[in-house]
Design a protein around this ligand. Structure first.
Ligand code: 7TS
Length: 415
């Protein structure tokens, strides 16, 4: 990849929007933030939107008839409409606000799963899932008695789709839960194809979009997923809010999860009836500022353009792969042809945590550990890896600094 290639958008102008990037990480050392897979930074437009809400029109939503409550409700529901359009859901009723990907997956497990899964049924997950898409199903399996199977990966870090086909044909599979993009290998899974195969076998498919929705255009209707989960904080928005997309007929048929205010239509001491979608699944006062902030994040992403973001972060990733491949002591995990904007690697003779600490002293923030994917690390036969994950405000120069810092670590530890 040539650094001189024309960039798909003005990266320097984007960087100016992120106040945190102007601060020094250590005295005299600028911050190089390469931990976007864990959480992204926030532009001033998002921070200001949240601040403006608290300063000018904070009130509870869906309740008061007063002007402030109406303004807060309008902004919160406008954010839902923005999210709906962003992922091309067919109705705003299909967009449930949750606390994040983890809660969205648990919502499906605790409502659809508890109502529909029984002994003899099979749920397929994969070895490359984040713990959220493994543990939630293990917990339910031990309660409901269904069987949980895991798709293995091939040597290049893609899923074994032949095994997928065999499982779908030979077992009573009810649900497939799979990440759209692996947070360790970077593999982008062929979700549309996997959903088609699941549906042909009479199963539903839940896609974990935590690492895909922030980084590429995602159209839930084109993918034909039944559910998709993602988090605001990885896509320039605040923490504390995320989304469960679900097809309307499925959501309509699902029982609610948490009981309380907002989710009911009528309550008597003998029993209650449920509110319409999406409120049936949104008990209690929601994360109002966070929802409105997520709306601002979606606006920001769309102003830059999701295609442009994907194009640019693909360039950064290819550049990082090229530079890290040149270092003989570095072993990169995952070699899928379709990959998201992150690179996980091990450095011969250096524990991932030691490497990350040394990188941090050079101002470079990366993640080290198992990235909430312990089974995958077991498959890869490593205890931990270092992960550099990129976003729209990162630069080629920052990746040069990453490679230089990795070389410095190797020097320090071999001395
Ligand atoms: N699924 C995937 C694929 C993820 O990468 C993450 C977070 C989650 C689910 C959970 O998202 P949450 O917002 O509910 O926490 N992944 C990471 C990571 O890779 N490093 O820190 C968090």
């Amino acid at each position: 990849m040539n650094q001189m290639e024309v960039l798909p958008f003005d990266v320097e102008a984007v960087r100016q929007d992120f106040p945190i990037l102007r601060q020094e990480h250590h005295a005299g050392t600028p911050l190089i933030y390469l931990d976007n897979g864990a959480s992204s930074q926030k532009p001033a437009q998002v921070i200001d939107t949240i601040s403006d809400y608290y300063q000018r029109y904070h009130a509870n939503v869906h309740r008061g008839i007063h002007k402030l409550s109406e303004a807060a409700t309008a902004a919160y529901e406008d954010a839902r409409r923005k999210v709906q359009q962003h992922i091309n859901a067919s109705s705003r009723r299909e967009v449930i606000f949750t606390r994040g990907t983890t809660e969205s997956i648990n919502l499906v497990a605790q409502t659809w799963g508890r109502a529909n899964l029984k002994p003899g049924d099979v749920v397929i997950s994969t070895v490359m899932e984040h713990h959220a898409n493994i543990v939630s199903w293990q917990m339910l399996a031990s309660e409901r008695g269904f069987t949980l199977r895991y798709l293995p990966i091939l040597v290049d870090g893609t899923l074994d789709l032949a095994q997928y086909e065999r499982l779908l044909q030979s077992e009573p599979v009810k649900l497939v839960v799979v990440t759209h993009c692996s947070n360790v290998l970077g593999t982008i899974n062929p979700i549309a194809n996997m959903a088609r195969m699941a549906h042909a076998a009479g199963a539903l498919l839940l896609a974990d979009g935590a690492q895909s929705v922030p980084h590429m255009p995602v159209d839930v209707q084109a993918l034909d997923v039944d559910f998709m989960a993602f988090s605001s904080h990885k896509m320039l928005g605040p923490t504390g809010i995320g989304v469960l997309y679900g097809k309307r007929d499925l959501l309509e048929a699902m029982p609610p999860w948490m009981g309380g205010g907002d989710m009911i239509s009528r309550v008597t001491l003998q029993g209650s009836t449920w509110n319409n979608l999406p409120y049936k699944f949104e008990a209690g006062t929601p994360s109002i500022a966070e929802g409105i902030g997520l709306g601002a994040a979606v606006d920001y992403l769309n102003a830059v353009g999701m295609e442009q973001i994907q194009l640019y972060t693909d360039q950064l990733t290819t550049y990082a792969l090229d530079h890290l491949h040149e270092i003989p002591q570095v072993k990169i995990f995952g070699a899928a042809p379709a990959r998201g904007s992150l690179v996980s690697f091990a450095i011969e003779g250096i524990h991932a945590h030691d490497a990350a600490q040394l990188l941090d002293s050079d101002g470079i923030a990366v993640r080290a550990g198992h990235h909430c994917a312990m089974p995958l690390h077991e498959e890869l036969n490593v205890a931990a890896s270092v992960r550099a994950s990129f976003y729209l405000y990162n630069t080629f120069a920052e990746i040069d600094a990453l490679a230089a810092s990795v070389r410095r670590a190797i020097g320090v530890y071999s001395a």
